[in-house]
Write a protein of this length. Structure first.
Length: 459
């Protein structure tokens, strides 16, 4: 559905109320795109116009669109338009920010106060954004069409069949493929890797971990995990890929050999397997685990400031914290793993935003180790940028937005582990549906961060 509309169109309300135009927004990409933009907005707001991709051409440039409700350019049933649109909006005040939340049907990502908010809006919400003259950028015109395109691609034979060696990271893999790959890695190098089931999910799926190295002169213990949030597929791929790289390059790469010898690294690529399966089979944008159908946000279920700001007691909320800290078997398994080991460092991989977050998440106050953690994050950002030139911004979790009961805060607060959240690619773009060509470069960035952190901690 979305192919004829354009993602990434930036809208800014005119500040000077120029009287010469009826159109109050400017698209920063191109003036020529205005007609298409008007059409896209008319479609998403459900007012009057819809375009069936491939069948109808883009509307004429002379389309007249007014500041409030866009007027009909050509008549067509509005039900052809997208139902859910991802938009980055820049609220100007706290009240506007609250209004954006009130109109959003999902929040994809929050940014620090002065900055943007990525939300999913239905046509009525889009109409409201237009009406309120908020600065906004359409990230994904039709998130369901995007997910459908991805689903079709994944259903193709090349993906469904076991991939050729060396092509495993050319595409996203489902839970059973990831488990099979972890199994293979453990079998290939039993001298370096041990596989362990650290617990089971609510629906009984194993939580699979690899313990890599640290058998030489163990200097440090480290844990990396992905997939606490089901829809953040790149985090499962990157953690699996980091494990793969460490094992595959052990014999040929002196830096990796040293790392593997000295750092005992635990890798849990899929921390929320039920949610991941649900995201593949039912709802691409599912975030939580599957508790009672509504789910619990596992990254609000840890016992550090559990129940505090940036978490919700409403089961339907995307940040529902559960009935008690560690009420969920998935977070409890990660807790038990952390209790068992002697960990110095931790990265909880998420997406998206290209961010490096350090404690605290739940409060504004600087952590006792602020200077050191911030400097370590700088080191990781530099190592990441050296890969493909991508900038990851460093900040404390709270300065992004408050979140209580997070894995990062708990690992740091309870175990004094140098703990970070890395929000992987993209910075905005298509959000959770990252093109598969970006898996390998994003893995390069994840590996660079893991090596840098592991080398900076311990004895
Ligand atoms: O909200 C979260 O759990 C994490 N972001 S995500 O978009 N992947 O859901 C970030 C948690 C880090 N802490 C704060 N932002 N305070
Ligand atoms: Zn996340």
């Amino acid at each position: 559905m979305s192919r004829c509309y354009r993602d990434g169109v930036r809208l800014r309300p005119r500040r000077n109320n120029a009287p010469s135009s009826l159109w109050p927004w400017r698209a920063s990409r191109s003036v020529a795109g205005l007609g298409r933009l008007a059409a896209a907005l008319a479609v998403v707001t459900g007012v009057g116009i819809a375009i069936t991709p491939m069948m109808r051409p883009a509307p004429p440039e002379r389309s007249t669109v007014r500041s409030h409700a866009p007027v009909t350019v050509e008549s067509a049933p509005s039900r052809l338009g997208p139902e859910r649109t991802a938009v980055r909006v820049w609220p100007r005040t706290a009240a506007e920010r609250a209004d954006v939340f009130a109109h959003a049907i999902d929040v994809w990502s929050e940014h620090s106060d002065a900055e943007a908010l990525d939300v999913v809006l239905d046509p009525a919400g889009m109409a409201w954004v237009l009406d309120a003259r908020l600065e906004a950028e359409v990230l994904v015109v039709d998130i369901d069409a995007l997910a459908e395109d991805e689903r079709e691609r994944l259903a193709m034979a090349e993906v469904a069949r076991p991939p050729a060696p060396g092509r495993w990271f050319s595409e996203y893999r489902d839970l059973s493929a990831i488990h099979a790959h972890l199994d293979q890695l453990a079998q290939r190098r039993p001298d370096l890797v041990m596989q362990e089931t650290i617990g089971h999910s609510l629906e009984g799926r194993p939580l699979v971990a690899l313990r890599i190295g640290g058998t030489g002169s163990r200097r440090a213990g480290m844990l990396i995990n992905g997939g606490l949030h089901a829809r953040e597929w790149i985090s499962m791929m990157v953690t699996t890929c980091v494990a793969d790289r460490l094992i595959s390059s052990y014999d040929d790469d002196a830096r990796i050999r040293r790392f593997v010898d000295e750092v005992e690294l635990w890798v849990v690529p899929v921390s929320n397997p039920d949610g991941y399966v649900h995201s593949w089979s039912r709802d691409r944008y599912w975030r939580k685990n599957r508790r009672d159908g509504h789910g619990v946000d596992l990254n609000r279920n840890f016992d550090l400031a559990w129940g505090g700001p940036g978490s919700s007691d409403k089961p339907a909320s995307q940040i529902y914290r559960g009935t008690a800290a560690f009420s969920e078997p998935e977070s409890a398994a990660l807790r038990d793993l952390m209790h068992r080991g002697d960990f110095d460092a931790h990265i909880d991989f998420h997406s998206y935003g290209q961010l490096l977050l350090h404690p605290w998440s739940h409060k504004r106050k600087r952590s006792r180790d602020h200077k050191r953690l911030s400097a370590t994050a700088d080191g990781m950002a530099k190592a990441i940028a050296a890969q493909h030139g991508k900038r990851y911004r460093k900040m404390s979790g709270e300065s992004l937005y408050p979140a209580s009961g997070t894995f990062m805060d708990w690992a740091y607060g309870e175990h004094e582990v140098s703990s970070f959240v890395i929000e992987l690619r993209p910075r905005g773009g298509s959000g959770f549906v990252l093109p598969p060509e970006q898996i390998v470069p994003t893995c390069d960035e994840g590996l660079a961060a893991v090596l840098t952190l592991g080398e900076s901690v311990g004895r």
